[in-house]
Design a protein around this ligand. Structure first.
Ligand code: OGA
Ligand code: NI
Length: 359
C-alpha cells in the first residue's frame, strides 16, 4: 500500500460518530445501538491459549545467532505455514521507545473528541482518525476508533494527519516505524532462507519498505459478547507486526475452524502473514483470518504496523517457486490488488480466495 495512499480513493462513507462516545452513552443507558449488535458472536466456539495449543514463539536473537539460526528458521517456517501467526520475542526494539509510544498513543485517545477530530479522515480518504470499511448506512459497525497513518517511505508521509498532541507523538512514531521496518526486513530475510528463494526476490517486492500503521482504540462494552471490535479479516499486506499498547487481550485467530484467543506474551510482537506473502509464497505461508473482541471493563489499544508492497509492484507467486509447481494465484498489479482489497469489505478471506486459480 502506501506510495500515493492519498491518491487511492476508497468508497467508504462517513461514520460520523465516535465509538468512544457511543460506549459512554451505552454505559449510562445500557442499550447498544442496533448497528453494533452482532448476532454471530454467541455461536462461535473460542479456544483459549490455556487449553494447550500455544501460538508459536519465535526468538529473533536466535534467528540471528549462527549457533541457533537453522533451528529457529525451521520454526519460523512452520509457524508461517501452520498458523500464519507467531509471537516474536527478543526482537531488539528498545524498551524505552516502546513505553514512550504506548504512552503517546494512550494520551492521544484520551484527548477530547474535538481535538482528535483535528486529524479526522476526510471523505474518501484513508489516513487520519475515524473508521475504515464503512460502505453503507445498514451494515454492522466495528466497536473501534482508529488512527491510520502512512509511515514509510518517509517522503510520502502526509503530516497533516499526524497528531501534534501529545507533542512527543510524532517523534516516537517516527522512531517506532524505523525499528519495525528493520525487524520486518530481518524476518523477510529469514523467510527467504526458509523458502529457498533469493533474498532479493522477496525483499524486492517490498522495495522502499512501505509501511502503514493502524492504531486501534477499542472502548470497553459491558455487553462485550454483543459487539465486535474488528470483523474477521485478513491483512492485505506482506506482514503485520502488532504491539499491544495496554495489557488487555482481544485478538482471536482462525484455527481449524474455531477462534483461538491469543495470549500476548509481555513485550512480544504478534506477527502475521498477510495476503501478499501468501500469494508470493504460492500458498505455502498462510494469511489467516483474525478478529478482535471487546473487554467488558477495560479499553484495549493496539498498534498494527503493516509492511506492504508498493503500489508500483506486481503481486503474484515468486518465479523461483513456480519452477517447482503451478501458480495457485493470479498475478495482479499493486494498484489493482490494493483497490480490490479495500473493495472486498473486510469479509474474511473473500478477496484472497478470488485471486486463487483453479478452484
Ligand atoms: C488489524 C488487526 C488486531 C488487534 O489492525 O488489522 O487485526 O488485536 N488488529 O487489534
Ligand atoms: Ni488485521
Amino acid at each position: 500500500m502506501a506510495g500515493g495512499l492519498d491518491e487511492l480513493k476508497v468508497e467508504f462513507i462517513d461514520q460520523d460518530e465516535s465509538v468512544q462516545v457511543v460506549a459512554d452513552t451505552v454505559g449510562s443507558s445500557g442499550e447498544i445501538p442496533e448497528r453494533y449488535v452482532r448476532a454471530e458472536m454467541e455461536a462461535d466456539p473460542v479456544i483459549n491459549d490455556a487449553d494447550g495449543h500455544s501460538l508459536p514463539v519465535i526468538d529473533l536473537s536466535r534467528l540471528i545467532n549462527p549457533e541457533f539460526s537453522k533451528e529457529e528458521i525451521a520454526k519460523l517456517g512452520s509457524a508461517c505455514e501452520d498458523w500464519g501467526f507467531f509471537q516474536l520475542v527478543n526482537h531488539g526494539v528498545d524498551g524505552g521507545l516502546l513505553q514512550q509510544i504506548k504512552d503517546d498513543i494512550t494520551e492521544f485517545f484520551r484527548l477530547p473528541l474535538q481535538e482528535k477530530m483535528a486529524v479526522a479522515i476526510p471523505p474518501n480518504g484513508l489516513q487520519g482518525f475515524g473508521h475504515h470499511f464503512v460502505f453503507s448506512k445498514e451494515q454492522k459497525l466495528d466497536w473501534v476508533d482508529l488512527l491510520f497513518l502512512s509511515t514509510r517511505p518517509i517522503d510520502e508521509r502526509n503530516m497533516d494527519f499526524w497528531p501534534t498532541n501529545p507533542p512527543t507523538f510524532r517523534g516516537s512514531l517516527d522512531k517506532y516505524s524505523l525499528e519495525i521496518a528493520n525487524v520486518s526486513a530481518k524476518l523477510f530475510k529469514f523467510m527467504a532462507i526458509n523458502l529457498g528463494v533469493d533474498e532479493e526476490a522477496l525483499l524486492g517486492t517490498f522495495k522502499g519498505q512501505p509501511q502503514n500503521v493502524r492504531i486501534n482504540h477499542y472502548p470497553p462494552c459491558r455487553q462485550a459478547d454483543k459487539v465486535l471490535g474488528l470483523s474477521p479479516h485478513t491483512d492485505g499486506v506482506g506482514m503485520t507486526l502488532l504491539l499491544q499498547v495496554n495489557d488487555v487481550q482481544g485478538l482471536q485467530i482462525r484455527k481449524d475452524g474455531s477462534w483461538f484467543a491469543v495470549k500476548n506474551l509481555p513485550g512480544a510482537l504478534v506477527v502475521n502473514v498477510g495476503d501478499v506473502l501468501e500469494i508470493l509464497t504460492n500458498g505455502k505461508y498462510k494469511s489467516i483470518e483474525h478478529r478482535a473482541v471487546i473487554n467488558p471493563d477495560k479499553e484495549r489499544i493496539t498498534i498494527a504496523a503493516f509492511q506492504s508492497a508498493p503500489l508500483s509492484c506486481t503481486v503474484g507467486p515468486l518465479q523461483e517457486l513456480l519452477m517447482k509447481g503451478e501458480a495457485c494465484y493470479k498475478t495482479v498489479d499493486g494498484v489493482e490488488f490494493t483497490k480490490g482489497y479495500f473493495a472486498a469489505k473486510l469479509e474474511g478471506r473473500r478477496f484472497l480466495e478470488s485471486l486463487k486459480l483453479g478452484v
